[in-house]
Design a protein around this ligand. Sequence first.
Ligand SMILES: NC(=O)c1ccc[n+]([C@@H]2O[C@H](COP(=O)([O-])OP(=O)(O)OC[C@H]3O[C@@H](n4cnc5c(N)ncnc54)[C@H](OP(=O)(O)O)[C@@H]3O)[C@@H](O)[C@H]2O)c1
Length: 358
Amino acid sequence: MKKVNVGILGATGMVGQRFVTLLKDHPFFEVKVLCASYRNVGKTYEEAVGSKWAMEEDIPEYARKMVLMDVLDVENVSKEVDLVFSAVKMEKDEIKAFEEAYARHEVVVVSNNSAFRWGEDVPMLLPECNVDHLKAIEHQKKRLGTKKGFIVVKPNCSIQSYTPVLYALKEYEPTTCVISTYQAISGAGRTFETWPEMVENIIPYIGGEEEKSEKEPLKIMGEVKDGVIVPSDSLKISCSCVRVPVLNGHTATVRVSFKKKPTKEEFIKKITEFKGVPQEKDLPHAPKQFIHYFTESDRPQVKLDVDLEGGMAIMIGRLEEDNLYDYKFIGLSHNTLRGAAGGGVLSAETLYALGYLE
Ligand SMILES: NC(=O)c1ccc[n+]([C@@H]2O[C@H](COP(=O)([O-])OP(=O)(O)OC[C@H]3O[C@@H](n4cnc5c(N)ncnc54)[C@H](OP(=O)(O)O)[C@@H]3O)[C@@H](O)[C@H]2O)c1
């Protein structure tokens, strides 16, 4: 199959920079357009991103001299691309308007923004888990009146550290789950240079994050009925989210009870053997092992483990029986890779492999 022409909306931002890096020499996708706000239209990518470049490696050569277009110039951007990766910081209503406009212009939208996460016919994709939700795209295309254009969203970065475990153990019917997340500053698009108040600090509030962390896993655990996605109503989650002085990597402490309690051996077997389309089809950004289980009592650690499998693996440790709940464990995932741009690229690779981009 020939390469799909893609654009990156919000290419100058923290998540956008990751997309620019991950899509270098991609076997399925060719980056044709980079977009940012009207403030940067007409500048080269290199000029616009300037000292805001926050990746470990240099700006890829292919992107340096590309001249930026406006995210909102849907008419002209759509002529150049078949798919856009969207990671823009704007008001929800504005994001909804332009993402839907791209879909109506027959462009596939893979979004990192939360604007459409609650659409009943918009899959919120964790590619190893709920690919069956892609069936809802038919309903969405009918609603939008499109042939090729549709929107798929990526869930919030915080939930990747525990939702894959709950999903892998779905047959045991998780019922109650209490979580605390310890979230990195890059999750807010910031670094220690741009957010010096975070050095040696913890901020006990992240706007909107607890609601997303409690509700989004329910949609992922849900089923498609009559063409639309119906969230699970058998699981209840309570979550506290705090910002910690870490650059990359969201940690979660989790307590969970089940209707049918698995043994510890069953728990470990299910999560370590769990895999999905990305592993079966050996997709370019798929981790070989999706969920890594650590037996050492001081793992997973952000500094040692967050980049495992290119930042695309989920790391679990400290699995023990709990006094109040069935089990407790600790999870870790990379928030701008698995939790943002990497998850977006893997979602698009999954769409490609399953024939949704033909
Ligand atoms: N950081 C994470 O770990 C993470 C994880 C999951 C999801 N997300 C989501 O991804 C999105 C982007 O996050 P980020 O951290 O990358 O933000 P960011 O670093 O602040 O970047 C924001 C991007 O949006 C563009 N933008 C801002 N105002 C605009 C406007 N009026 N018109 C067009 N473009 C505009 C900016 O372009 P200019 O440079 O021209 O201003 C920039 O490219 C957000 O919705 C965020 O919630 C982030």
